[in-house]
Design a protein around this ligand. Structure first.
Ligand SMILES: Nc1ncnc2c1ncn2[C@@H]1O[C@H](COP(=O)(O)OP(=O)(O)O)[C@@H](O)[C@H]1O
Ligand SMILES: [Mg+2]
Length: 261
């Protein structure tokens, strides 16, 4: 470990220029739909990037290309300097390096909470069971659901399940975490417990890409806001600047719709 690896996210990547995820001129189509258009996006280590934009603008597709749940037509994506692998064991390792948390929690229903957090560790990382269980318990404690370890997902609230999903991704020691609308399926009273967990993660220095409509989170946790519309990145700015003084008409229009009601 280098001496700078203990990063604190003080609303600014402390290792500026240390590029972790780089999308270079990425294009993708779904049939006739040009869903990602000339996307250039660099995420530095320790940075928290919030992606916002209207429904259908390509935010989920963007996330899914970063861990290769979707292929791209042209351009390149590198993680930590390496191009995304095509298949096989390398791809499984990439998926472990890029933690993903979805709107639907996607936990294994027939496995306990503890087993859900152990599974990737034993199967992909080759960790032995005792170590995996120990780490799983520590992570479940960290996200505040340690007492739920032996229950099944259906016995937990949505907010608790989503925190388990976060713990499960963290168990792989990911280099970056992608969150695709992690609170959109939650009852209102559970949103903050998940956002607090994410905020903590950001403070601990995790590199994060977060698609969310939670503008409070964007304001307090993001280093940068990326605004997408129609498959393009329309503008990128530091949150305060973006929310107080958006440059593009598309962003102004979008913000007026989500902020004034
Ligand atoms: N697997 C797919 N096949 C065809 N079209 C898709 C697929 N996934 C997404 N799309 C379309 O791509 C566009 C962008 O979708 P998405 O990335 O989910 O946007 P967002 O997350 O911003 O709402 C939408 O028009 C959507 O209908
Ligand atoms: Mg989406």
């Amino acid at each position: 470990m280098s001496e700078v690896s203990v990063t604190k996210n003080a609303k600014g990547p402390e290792r500026a220029g240390d590029q972790l995820v780089v999308l270079d001129n990425v294009n993708k189509h779904f049939g006739a739909l040009h869903v990602l258009q000339d996307i250039d996006l660099t995420i530095n280590r320790g940075e928290v990037v919030v992606v916002i934009g209207p429904s259908g603008s390509g935010k989920s597709t963007l996330c899914r290309t970063i861990n290769r749940l979707e292929t791209i037509d042209s351009g390149s994506i590198t993680i930590d300097g390496k191009p995304l692998p095509q298949e096989g064991r390398e791809l499984a390792r990439l998926r472990a390096d890029v933690g993903m948390v979805f709107q639907s929690f996607n936990l294994f229903a027939h496995k306990t909470v503890l087993e859900n957090v152990m599974l990737g560790q034993t199967k992909v990382r080759g960790t032995d069971k005792a170590k995996a269980a120990e780490k799983a318990r520590a992570l479940l404690d960290r996200v505040g659901v340690g007492t739920q370890a032996d229950k099944y997902p259906a016995q937990l609230s949505g907010g608790q399940q989503q925190r388990v999903a976060i713990a499960r991704a963290l168990a792989m020691d990911p280099k970056v975490m992608l969150f695709d609308e992690p609170t959109s399926a939650l009852d209102p009273e559970m949103i903050n417990e998940v956002l607090d967990t994410m905020q903590q993660l950001a403070q601990d220095g995790m590199t994060m890409v977060v698609v969310t409509h939670e503008m409070g989170f964007a304001r307090s946790a993001a280093n940068r806001v990326v605004f997408m519309a129609d498959g393009r990145i329309i503008e990128e700015a530091e949150p305060n600047q973006f929310f107080t003084n958006p440059r593009s008409d598309r962003a102004k229009d979008f913000l007026s719709k989500i902020l004034h009601h």
